[in-house]
Design a binder for this molecule. Structure first.
Ligand code: TYM
Length: 334
């Protein structure tokens, strides 16, 4: 196997929340610190697949880049860039679209969730979203893609498209990207309903902790988080039919860098009235420095722009030759 090349991205839609942080960003930082070659993009082309405000898109892109840096991504070590600044993503997407079966796109649960009941009116971009995601990954021949659990199906499709290409053209051109769904919190759930994913689009802001929330807001949201009347169990199996309790223990474990089993050893038999304040302490201690750093960074948008420009150049230098080779293999005139 060639050296690890990591690629991942987040959409510049609303604020990042604890799910984005624990399911993805925190792992991105660990991979960077292990010395892997890392490319982290802000997927602005994905963000326009649903209604959005054109006046705010550029600023949202800067905000996500600031969150990456505040969360620990070092622009000297990792490439941070905007997806739209590398034309290879959209160009490769078209080429890959010609070898993506509609039947496979029809099975994508995220499309069904996002399109809702009115799927006839959903845009082609929302439907083709996973093909663009495959292009994001394949145009760098990324070997590993660290994401939360909800992106698993999209990654399977990207692997599938890579092998279809290689088979059709009889060349081992694209690398099969491996999903990296790691850590204790691959699926952080809503604070209001332990059976629903924590998401940027849920109507109640109390359902999620945003990376921009201050200490008081974090404390209020955890205090109001849904729980059940029982004390915490001794063993992980004791959480199996208690989604809200499971979620809060998972969040505690991920934020404190402990295993869930160890958290339960510490809190077995304790009530939520005791556990929640401990969770507030861990959450605030971990998130407050990130929030503060993010505001400092956003006070100097020109610095973020410089990082994104430089990142775009570096990303282009990797992506373009892979796109050129793809075009060659496909037999185009040039
Ligand atoms: P997005 O912007 O919805 O989410 C960004 C990352 O956060 C993870 N995530 C979660 N993890 C745990 N619990 C949650 N509740 C939770 N909510 C979100 C997501 O799994 C993701 O890793 N399609 C992608 C963006 C994308 C991409 C790519 C990712 C576009 N191209 C190429 C990797 C490689 C998305 O919409 O993520």
């Amino acid at each position: 196997m060639t050296q690890k090349r990591i690629l991942s991205g987040m959409q510049p839609t609303n604020n990042l929340h604890l799910g984005n942080y624990l399911g993805a960003l925190k792992n991105w930082v660990d991979l960077q610190d292990e010395g892997a070659e890392c490319l982290y993009c802000v997927v602005d082309l994905h963000a326009i697949t649903q209604p959005y405000d054109a006046d705010k898109l550029a600023q949202s892109t800067r905000e996500i880049a600031a969150a990456y840096i505040a969360g620990g991504i070092d622009p000297e070590k990792s490439v941070i860039f905007a997806q739209s600044s590398v034309p290879a993503h959209s160009q490769l997407m078209w080429l890959l679209a010609t070898m993506t079966q509609i039947g496979k796109l029809n099975r994508m649960t995220q499309f069904k969730d996002k399109a809702g009941k009115n799927s006839e009116k959903a845009g082609l971009g929302l439907y083709a979203y996973p093909v663009l995601m495959a292009a994001d990954i394949l145009t760098y021949n990324a070997t590993h893609v660290p994401v939360g659990d909800d992106q698993k199906q999209h990654l399977e499709l990207a692997r599938d498209i890579a092998s279809t290409f290689n088979h059709r053209y009889g060349k081992e051109h694209f690398v099969q990207p491996e999903p990296f769904i790691i850590g204790e919190a691959t699926r952080v759930m809503s604070l209001k309903d332990g059976t629903a994913k924590m998401s940027k689009s849920a109507p109640s802001d109390l359902s999620r902790i945003n990376l921009t929330d201050d200490a008081d807001t974090i404390a209020k949201k955890i205090r109001k988080a849904k729980t059940d009347p029982d004390p915490l169990p001794e063993k992980i199996e004791g959480l199996s039919s208690r989604p809200e309790a499971d979620n809060l223990v998972t969040i505690y474990a991920a934020l404190s860098g402990k295993a869930k089993a160890d958290v339960l050893k510490e809190f077995a038999g304790k009530q939520f009235s005791e556990f929640k304040p401990a969770l507030v302490d861990v959450a605030v201690a971990h998130l407050e420095p990130i929030t503060n750093r993010m505001s400092e960074l956003l006070a100097h948008p020109e610095e973020i722009d410089k990082i994104l420009t430089k990142g775009g150049e570096k990303a282009n230098a990797i992506a373009q030759p892979i796109l050129d080779k793809t075009i060659d293999i496909m037999g185009f005139w040039k």
